[in-house]
Design a protein around this ligand. Structure first.
Ligand code: SF4
Ligand code: SF4
Length: 469
């Protein structure tokens, strides 16, 4: 094949097209600049491998505790917390903190873990299996649960339900560690930094410290940042029997007054991507999988049927339970509705599928297809809110970054190309579409409700009257 002197020096190059194209012959086997996704498969440095080894050590400690059925009197707790937390944060720092700010793809489209490869499926199956065990078969997790005995003992937590201390601790550790990662990754955007601090704060304070402090004080374990209908039994008659009146009034006031008012001013983002624990996990631990959301019209259609179906289900269940508390006739029906809602929606969907399927369907499966709170907030956002994402269509280069990274499956680019405002019920206002846009096309705004649907504001170059500027 190589017939001239000019090509013989580069005879190892595989893509020689002809003898007189010697400059092409010098090209490396793979030129990353030609890849639409930015980089070839990601190869961690030696320091990153050390950080990953710390995470692996923590995972090994968990596996040993689990297999042995012993938490080794809680002596593994420090290894688990420092390994997952310290190793995870060190890895995030080495990956994002030392690199220049701005979006990096880091080869996610080539990753076996983040692109539904074999590691992604394995991780999804493992997570789903763990959730099933935590909810229904905690007896098979005895050793793992016992790792957290120092915390359970300090709280005086009852023996039979200590899996929730383990679960809450892992959950909070994941949000905190991956929150640092998200902070570093999106540190070029102030909105992202504040929002990430907010979700981590709400999880650590309202989702972990305050409930356990209440337990320590012999008070009911309250999660004050969850309201009905997400907290499905928050307005059920049974709850009125044990929950303090102040907490009940606060919860009811939030759903009937606080939520509409805040959503009017800020859109559903005030809750879904700033406060909620489910959203907090999605925005932190789920961030590596956010691009896996389905952007098709079919998925959008399914989403609207499902989420509003779940909303109807919880409203009907709540009404039936209240009616059955006054008349016995409806009791069997109400009990049936309650049982099915708790099992299929409260446990299977919100818990098992909601998190276990992150590596397969993206980080917001529950928020997008099932959460009745998101359904209510979405209706308010769509019809009564000042929130919108404005787009400067003339600047869009159709790179598709925004659509790719929208965790709610919104084809943001479609709107951007047309210069249309985005006023979608499902948008949780995470702002990542705006953060990853290389052209500054997208802006999250709260403004007057008039014209919020936007007559398409086509800032195309040919529409500008430059003599009038
Ligand atoms: S449209 Fe943008 S702000 Fe809304 S959910 Fe998608 S990425 Fe987040
Ligand atoms: S809006 Fe920005 S991120 Fe989206 S396609 Fe256009 S240039 Fe790309």
């Amino acid at each position: 094949m190589h017939t001239t002197d000019s090509t013989s020096a580069a005879s190892a190059a595989p893509f020689q097209l002809s003898a007189d194209r010697s400059s092409f012959d010098q090209a490396p086997l793979y030129d990353p600049s030609l890849a639409l996704t930015g980089n070839p498969a990601y190869h961690p440095s030696a320091a990153q491998k050390v950080a990953l080894a710390a995470v692996g050590l923590a995972a090994l400690a968990c596996a040993v505790a689990w297999a042995s059925g012993s938490g080794f009197s809680g002596s593994l707790l420090a290894v688990v917390v420092l390994g997952f937390g310290g190793g995870g944060i060190a890895y995030a720092w080495l990956t994002y903190g030392r690199d220049h700010a701005g979006i990096h793809n880091h080869g996610i489209m080539f990753s076996a873990q983040q692109a539904r490869g074999h590691f992604g499926w394995l991780w999804g199956i493992l997570l789903t299996g763990l959730y099933v065990l935590v909810y229904w078969f905690p007896q098979y997790l005895t050793g793992l649960i016992a790792v957290f005995d120092p915390i359970s003992n300090a709280l005086g937590y009852p023996e039979g339900s200590r899996q929730w201390v383990m679960y809450g601790s892992f959950y909070s550790l994941a949000v905190a560690t991956m929150g640092v990662r998200a902070f570093l990754k999106y540190r070029h955007v102030r909105y992202q930094k504040i929002r990430t601090v907010s979700v981590v704060f709400f999880q650590l304070a309202f989702g972990y410290s305050i409930p356990y402090l209440l337990v320590l004080l012999d008070q009911p374990e309250l999660y004050l940042h969850y309201f009905w209908p997400l907290d499905y039994d928050g307005l059920w008659p049974d709850t009125f029997g044990w929950m303090p009146m102040a907490a009940l009034i606060f919860g009811a006031a939030m759903i009937f007054i606080g939520t509409p008012v805040l959503t009017y001013f800020f859109g559903k983002r005030w809750y879904c991507s700033w406060v909620c624990g489910c959203g907090g996990l999605a925005e932190t631990a789920g961030d590596p999988y956010r691009h896996l959301s389905d952007k098709s019209l079919r998925a959008w259609r399914i989403e609207r049927w499902m989420i509003h179906g779940v909303l109807a289900f919880i409203i009907l269940t709540t009404v039936l339970l209240w009616l059955s508390s006054t008349t016995d006739v409806l009791s069997p029906i109400a009990a049936g509705f309650k049982k099915w809602y708790v099992f299929f929606i409260g446990l299977m969907f919100a818990g098992v599928i909601g998190v276990g399927f992150y590596p397969i369907f993206g980080s917001r499966v529950w928020c997008r297809f099932g959460c009745p709170m998101a359904a209510i907030l979405g209706l308010q956002q769509r019809f009564f809110s000042r929130f919108r994402i404005t787009t400067n269509g003339g600047q869009c280069i159709s790179c598709g970054n925004c659509s790719t990274y929208c965790e709610m499956g919104i084809d943001v680019r479609w709107y951007a190309q047309r210069g249309q405002n985005i006023v979608r019920a499902s948008c949780v206002g995470c702002g990542v579409c705006s953060a990853v846009c290389p052209r500054g096309v997208l802006n999250l705004e709260n403004g007057p409700r008039t014209e919020r649907f936007g007559t398409a504001q086509n800032n195309l170059i040919e529409d500008l009257d430059i003599l009038d500027m």
